[in-house]
Structures are given as structure tokens and as C-alpha cells.
Design a protein around this ligand. Structure first.
Ligand SMILES: [Zn+2]
Length: 308
């Protein structure tokens, strides 16, 4: 109740009509649903933005614990960046309903939907939400393909410029710098993973498919039978068989996934469990997108070398 009163007070202070532009020189308050989107927003916004992520780097982006503090953060936002493609379906819509902020309403300049410019992989032909599947509009974990991130960085620059036209030149310059660095680092990352072309991997969730596609890694199985559905003994037996048949040895898990399950499968296949987070900040010194990708690529290359 206290939260709602506070929000009503906040709403009357901060909410403007859709498309409200900020005064020149004002720092934009940018909110991203996940730390990876926040990291890209910091690169593009530079010192003209302050950026907050709603999800912790160690939280599953599909299942974020919604808190009253998130409402306050969303209420004060000039810009909201979401992954989209229903990545945040389980928690963001109800927060937005209660945050009362037209600046970040769907379709407003202050709302960026990252998935909009992305060529989605794994769009399902049939889908049954009641079974617990969470990838209804295709695979929403597209941030590990650096070329996707360039598209999203462009979208962010575009929206920031609409909301703060006085900063447009700066956002454009930051975008150019970001894109150039992605191009340069991509060559480096590809070189590091080149010796492992078509190497076979298993992941817990379908969260590394864009990385696999970009870097020629072959993800042969997932511990979840379908995205969002917990591993069953029958499915895990199938994973073990597939790993034995294909020679896959590396099982990738993120901090919020069930490592014990992965360990059990690894024991039966003489495999190894590799801890890998796709969110900046889950592991020390991975706060920027580039530091994160350095970490992901190097960790994978080391594991695949060991498994050879
Ligand atoms: Zn997912």
C-alpha cells in the first residue's frame, strides 16, 4: 500500500506525455531489463545517460524477481530498453502496468525493443505456453552475436537521439566508436574460436544458439527438453546418448541453472561442466560488453581445448 501511495506521488511528479523531450543538457535516466542491454546503453549514451539494469547478472532473464524498487526505477525512467520477443513476459508487463510512466509506453520514443531489428532464430511452428515453453516468438538470447548487438546499439542511439535531440551528435559518435570496436574485436574472437570449428557442445537452456551460429559451434543438445521446462530423467538419458554418439564433452551452465544436473550428466559421459555467464558483471571484470565477450570466448576456447 505504501508503495502504491509513493508511486502515485511519483507519477504526478515525473510522468509526461508520450514523446516528451528532455531539456538539453539533462542526463537521461535509462533503464534496461538486463545487464547486457544496460552495458550497450552505457557505451552509446556515454556521460549523457545514467543506466540501471532491473535484472541482476545472476538472475534468469525469463524469471526476474519483481520488486517495488523496480516500480520506482521504471517510474523515473526516460528510456526503457527491453530484449523483447517475450523474453521478459513473465515479469515486465505487470511492473509496467504499475509504474505509470507514459514516456516508456509501447511505441513511445522512450521505449526500445531490442528484438525488433533482429533476425530471430528458432521461431516455433507450433507453441503451447501451457506446457511451460518460454520461447514463443523465437529465441530471445541474441546478445552473444556481436553483429546483433551492433543493430541494437543503432536502435538505442536512434531512440536516445529522439528523446534528447541535443545529444544526437554525441550518440552518433559513440555508436561509430562502438561499431568499429565490435568489428575489430569480432576478428579477434573468431580467431580464438577458429581452432574449434564445429566443436560439439551441450547447454542447459537454449541460450547460446546465436553464439554457436556466429562462431561455428555445434550445440548438439540442451539439458532442458524445451526452453523453460526442467530436465526430466528420460530427456537426460537421451542427452547422455547424444553426447556419447557425438563425442560432445562440454556442458555449459549459467549461474542460475542447475549445475548438479549438469554434473550428473558430465559424470556419465566423461564430460566437463563449464560455468559461463552471458550477463556482464556476473563474473568479476566483465562489466562492459567487450569484457563479457572476451570472458565468454576465452572460457569456451579453454574448455574446448581441454576437451579435445
Ligand atoms: Zn530462454
Amino acid at each position: 500500500m505504501k508503495t502504491m501511495l509513493l508511486l502515485t506521488a511519483l507519477a504526478s511528479t515525473f510522468t509526461g506525455p508520450p514523446g516528451t523531450r528532455v531539456a538539453p543538457g539533462k542526463t537521461l535516466t535509462v533503464v534496461a531489463t538486463t545487464p547486457d542491454l544496460a552495458a550497450v546503453a552505457r557505451e552509446i549514451g556515454g556521460d549523457l545517460v545514467t543506466v540501471t539494469a532491473l535484472a541482476k547478472p545472476t538472475e534468469d532473464p525469463h524469471f526476474v524477481d519483481a520488486k517495488p524498487s523496480h516500480l520506482v526505477t521504471l517510474n523515473r525512467a526516460d528510456v526503457l530498453i527491453e530484449g523483447g520477443a517475450e523474453l521478459e513476459l513473465g515479469w515486465l508487463p505487470s511492473l509496467l502496468d504499475n509504474a505509470r510512466n507514459d514516456k516508456i509506453a509501447a511505441g513511445a520514443p522512450g521505449r526500445v525493443v531490442a528484438s525488433q531489428g533482429i533476425k530471430m532464430m528458432e521461431i516455433p511452428t507450433t507453441f503451447d505456453r501451457s506446457k511451460g515453453d518460454v520461447h514463443s516468438l523465437g529465441n530471445p538470447h541474441f546478445m552473444l552475436d556481436p553483429l546483433n548487438v551492433k543493430i541494437i546499439a543503432g536502435e538505442i542511439a536512434d531512440h536516445l537521439s529522439q528523446v534528447n535531440p541535443a545529444g544526437a551528435e554525441k550518440f552518433k559518435a559513440n555508436l561509430k566508436q562502438f561499431d568499429d570496436k565490435v568489428d575489430q574485436k569480432l576478428v579477434e574472437w573468431q580467431k580464438l574460436l577458429d581452432p574449434f570449428k564445429s566443436a560439439k557442445l551441450v547447454t542447459y537452456h537454449k541460450d547460446f544458439v546465436y553464439l554457436g551460429a556466429r562462431f561455428n559451434l555445434d550445440i548438439v543438445e540442451n539439458l532442458e527438453p524445451k526452453p523453460g521446462i526442467s530436465p526430466s530423467p528420460a530427456h537426460l538419458a537421451q542427452v547422455v546418448t547424444t553426447m556419447r554418439n557425438t563425442g560432445a564433452k562440454v556442458i555449459v551452465v549459467q549461474p542460475y541453472q542447475n549445475r548438479k544436473t549438469a554434473e550428473t550428466v558430465a559424470r556419465q559421459t566423461n564430460g566437463m561442466v563449464v560455468d559461463l555467464s552471458q550477463q556482464p558483471g556476473a563474473v568479476p571484470n566483465t562489466d562492459t560488453y567487450f569484457a563479457l565477450m572476451d570472458h565468454v570466448v576465452k572460457t569456451l576456447a579453454t574448455a574446448l581445448q581441454e576437451a579435445k
